[in-house]
Design a protein around this ligand. Structure first.
Ligand code: CO
Length: 139
C-alpha cells in the first residue's frame, strides 16, 4: 500500500532557527519552502537522499501544529508515506477499520494530495499519506 517513506515531519517553533540546525549544522540541502495555508504551517523540505525532513512552523497558536507545540513541545510530529493513488489507499485504510482525520485528501506541500490517519488507530504515530502532484513526480 505504501511505496516508500516520503518525509519525516518535525514541529518547530521557528523555521529559520530550525533550518539553521538541519541545513547549516547537519548539512542537509534545503530544497523547498512554502506557506501551506490549508495546514496552517510554513514548511521547509530538506533532502535526505530521495526522502525529506519536513520542518513545520505554525502560522498561529490555533493551528494543529501550534496546538501540538503548546501541548508537547518541539519534536517528531508525523511520518509521511508516499502512495500512488491516495483515494484507493484511503479506502483500503477505511476498510481495514482505521480511523481517518481526513476523510478526503486535501492540498499539501508542492500541490500534493495528503491525508492523515488518526493516531489513535496507529499506535500514537501520526501517519500522513502523500500522493505527489503529477508535475512534481517522485523526488
Ligand atoms: Co508532512
Amino acid at each position: 500500500m505504501f511505496d516508500r517513506i516520503d518525509h519525516i515531519g518535525i514541529a518547530v517553533p521557528e523555521l529559520d532557527e530550525a533550518i539553521g540546525l538541519w541545513r547549516d549544522s547537519l548539512g542537509l540541502e534545503l530544497s523547498h519552502r512554502e506557506v501551506v495555508a490549508e495546514q496552517g504551517v510554513e514548511a521547509a523540505l530538506l533532502d535526505v537522499g530521495e526522502n525529506h525532513v519536513e520542518l513545520l512552523a505554525p502560522l498561529g497558536p490555533d493551528t494543529a501544529v501550534g496546538k501540538f507545540l503548546a501541548k508537547r513541545g518541539p519534536g517528531l510530529h508525523h511520518v509521511a508515506y508516499q502512495v500512488s493513488d491516495i483515494d484507493e489507499t484511503l479506502e483500503a485504510v477505511r476498510q481495514a477499520g482505521l480511523s481517518l482525520i481526513d476523510e478526503q485528501p486535501r492540498v499539501g506541500i508542492r500541490s500534493s494530495r495528503v491525508a492523515f490517519i488518526n493516531p489513535g488507530s496507529t499506535g500514537r504515530v501520526l501517519v500522513e499519506l502523500v500522493q505527489p502532484h503529477a508535475a512534481v513526480g517522485v523526488h
